[in-house]
Design a protein around this ligand. Sequence first.
Ligand code: COA
Length: 260
Amino acid sequence: MSFQNILLEKKENFALITINRPEKLNALNKDTIQELHDAFKKLDRNSAIKAIILTGSGEKAFVAGADIAEFAHFSVKEGSKLARKGQKQLFDFIENLKTPVIAAINGFALGGGLELAMACHFRIAGNNAKMGLPEVSLGVIPGYGGTQRLPQLVGKGRAMELIMTAQMINAEQALAFGLVNYVVPLEELLPQCEKIVSKIINNSPVAIGHAIKAINAGFKSNEKGYAAEIEAFGTCFGTADFKEGTTAFLEKRAAVFPGK
Ligand code: COA
């Protein structure tokens, strides 16, 4: 299996996946999502791999979001399909893997990037990390599970504020909110993840897989929320606000929204 957009390194009993489009701040395009799916699927089936660490290449970004250039011209139907397919192929897929997945957040984790980190089983941040769901600044909403997983992790009020303001928070704020488990200097990010992995690998992989399943089962009542998110995400693609928001981003200017 060969990859163009990610790097896959197998160590003795765990694997490191690095999203590798640093020139686009590791933005998630269609091919990257497919490659991530393939890599996670393959690693989950490998009994020698007891944990997976996911990070971004370079020192600037984990993932700066879904690839705006790729979806800016999408219709309502294509918008809904983007969210539905992405959720199934990658975000729900990671959350339901039996192998533990740790997000090592090494810079910006925005939009789809934070949604990806939130789909991992837990998160460790470098002290340079900046996190947020800025979709409403583009005239759209989070579509990869962000409206469901952010309130699960930080509570409804904080999630409402973060999504409505589109603001970024730094690593320390994310730690205080419970969005990440630890904050460490960037150079210690992967060693810290590996330290946690070294504890995980002593335990029963079968029992860990069952624990993940049981923990996730407690959040199944969110299923309607994910479906509502997909529908609302698609609806945004038919609005003048969405056209203006995405066009403004690509033209590197501030958006002026026509509004409701
Ligand atoms: N989709 C597509 N391309 C993206 C991207 C995204 N989500 N995020 C960054 N890029 C691209 C930029 O277009 C730029 O490409 P170019 O050099 O070909 O013009 C490159 O990555 C570097 O980004 P740039 O904006 O120049 O870096 P910066 O340091 O000035 O700003 C950010 C960094 C993260 C603040 C800024 O890139 C940003 O706001 N990104 C979008 C975040 C977002 O809204 N994500 C949610 C998407 S749903």
